[in-house]
Design a protein. Structure first.
Ligand code: ATP
Ligand code: MG
Length: 400
């Protein structure tokens, strides 16, 4: 059956599902969700009101609005299980209710060859009919009006929901949201954001679990250009659609990188560089009240992501390091990047500070003792360079 667009809709019912959320947490969950919904709606034309009512969230359009744009933006709100566009009408009695449902079905489904079921709910218990009676009556009126329709109470093609509240709400479509939990319900983490494909996906994946994110980008001018930095800012902006505003710290990494290049074996450059990135990220994370680090690493993807390399990278920080892409193949990561809209930006060809100085044959099984010993070569300069890198980090507030 074909469906017509959104011109009838003036409201949305937002459904959320996270079984573990109970008691007080439920209230926090809903409040955070309502806030993130408002944040997403600010990007849309039109004005809206967001209401919480008996474990549900309703959005009412207070003006003309663009249906497609609104739905697209709501799809970025973590915690939303589904978005139900609703038709709303005043409660003017049962007869009128039946006429409204018939008009709704007529408008939404030009081809009437489908099976349906009516599912009524009453919040107003003083309504003259019970839910069962509403189901039966509305079903009957629909069959009268459209003889090609058929009832199927087990597996209907279309479930027509009728909610009797202070007003009458009708809906029959559920557009999937991203699921997960609203950002702000699970603390904050520091994302190591590069210009690649994986780290924006990693940021999205933790945001989806309710984690707010800050980000750090290691920039190595003049080896990495302003355009490479702009690409990272653009990626942060895309991730911010899901995560809310991101404080992005741009760390000037050139001096540290040069020092490593001059004083350490070249086949260990990447791994030692990664260790300094982690140390600096942890320092910034502590200063900004983050509870963990997040990277886009995935086992075995490159030399610096073998189990041995990850162990050596990991040992420099005490904070938990979250790697949401760890078990995903590149193609699976690409699919998520495409879904969340970061892929096109990620593949733009700008230089990456990790690849500028890479050795032809980087170690794939670094020995932690050996790496530590070679890092000793840096001891005269590194403390000062480290501190300078942290102190001179540029903060950019990135909003979607
Ligand atoms: P990505 O696609 O995320 O860049 P990658 O496959 O290119 O990942 P690496 O370059 O080895 O992998 O980086 C592994 C992880 O280290 C990245 O996912 C990111 O979290 C972090 N990282 C790498 N380079 C930088 C950088 N210049 N600034 C911030 N984080 C970085
Ligand atoms: Mg990279």
């Amino acid at each position: 059956m074909t469906k017509v667009g959104g011109r009838m809709f003036k409201a949305f019912l937002i459904k959320f599902a996270e079984i573990g959320v109970k008691g007080n947490n439920r209230d926090l969950f809903e409040a955070a969700l309502a806030q993130q919904i408002k944040y997403a709606l600010r990007r849309c034309e039109g004005s809206f009101s967001v209401r919480r009512n008996r474990g549900r969230i309703y959005i009412d359009a207070l003006s003309e609005f663009d249906f497609e744009e609104t739905v697209e933006n709501l799809k970025t709100v973590c915690g939303i299980a589904s978005i139900c566009p609703m038709v709303q009408s005043e409660d003017e009695g049962v007869e009128q209710l039946c006429r409204d449902v018939v008009a709704y079905v007529d408008d939404q489904y030009p081809d009437k060859h489908f099976t349906f079921k009516v599912n009524a709910r009453r919040a107003q218990k003083n309504y003259p009919l019970t839910s069962m009676e509403i189901n039966a009556l509305v079903g009957e009126k629909l069959l009268e009006a459209f003889p090609d329709l058929q009832v199927d109470v087990h597996e209907p093609d279309v479930m027509i929901h009728v909610e009797v509240r202070e007003k009458i709400y009708l809906y029959s479509t559920e557009i999937p949201g991203p699921g997960g939990m609203p950002v702000g319900t699970n603390g904050k983490a520091m994302l190591l954001l590069s210009g690649g494909i994986d780290s924006p996906v990693a940021g999205y994946m933790v945001a989806k679990r309710g984690v707010k994110i800050d980000a750090v980008y290691f920039h190595a001018p003049p080896y990495t250009s302003d355009r490479a930095k702009q690409k990272v800012v653009d990626l942060a902006r895309l991730v911010a659609r899901y995560s809310g505003p991101i404080y992005l710290y741009v760390v000037n990494f050139t001096d540290i990188q040069m020092a490593i290049y001059e004083k350490c074996p070249h086949d260990e450059l990447t791994i030692i560089m990664r260790r300094y990135m982690m140390r600096i990220a942890e320092q910034l994370a502590k200063k900004t009240d983050c509870l963990g680090l997040v990277t886009g690493e995935s086992i075995g993807q490159v030399a610096s992501q073998t189990m041995q390399s990850l162990a050596v990278t990991n040992e420099v920080c005490a904070m938990p390091v979250y790697r949401p892409c760890i078990g995903l193949d590149k193609q699976e990561i690409v699919e998520i990047a495409e879904k969340i809209g970061t892929y096109e930006t990620s593949i733009l060809p700008f230089e990456d500070c990790c690849t500028i100085f890479v050795a032809k044959h980087p170690v794939t099984k670094p020995n932690p003792g050996v790496i530590r010993r070679h890092e000793e070569n840096l001891k005269d300069v590194i403390d000062e360079l480290f501190q300078k890198a942290v102190e001179t980090a540029e903060q950019i507030v990135v909003e979607a």
